[in-house]
Write a new protein. Structure first.
Length: 100
């Protein structure tokens, strides 16, 4: 049985990338329209990023195979992106724009 990644755990990974503590790399493999695949030091995230705006995180998998998804996070009333501060969100959007 695999463990579920909480929105807070995924948000912390995004925060660390925003602060420059962890490296964020955009995947070379194309994702679905409006979605961008990123790697944050072994964690794979699928982000809804369109028009230079980060809307939400669709899916996340950590380096141990634990997963989380938007439909489950929304059941609890949030997603990882909504937990970011305005500054953190802007930093992630800048990283995605520069590297995307």
């Amino acid at each position: 049985m695999s463990e579920f990644l909480s929105a807070r755990e995924v948000c912390q990974r995004l925060r660390d990338a925003a602060l420059g503590v962890l490296a964020l790399q955009v995947s070379a493999a194309p994702a679905e329209a409006g979605l961008i695949a990123v790697d944050i030091e072994g964690w794979h995230l699928l982000l809804d990023f369109e028009g230079k705006r980060l809307h939400h995180c669709e899916f996340a998998r950590d380096d141990n195979g634990h997963e989380g998804a938007l439909d489950t996070w929304q059941r609890y009333g949030t997603d990882p992106v909504s937990l970011l501060s305005t500054w953190e969100l802007a930093q992630i959007e800048n990283l995605l724009t520069e590297r995307g």
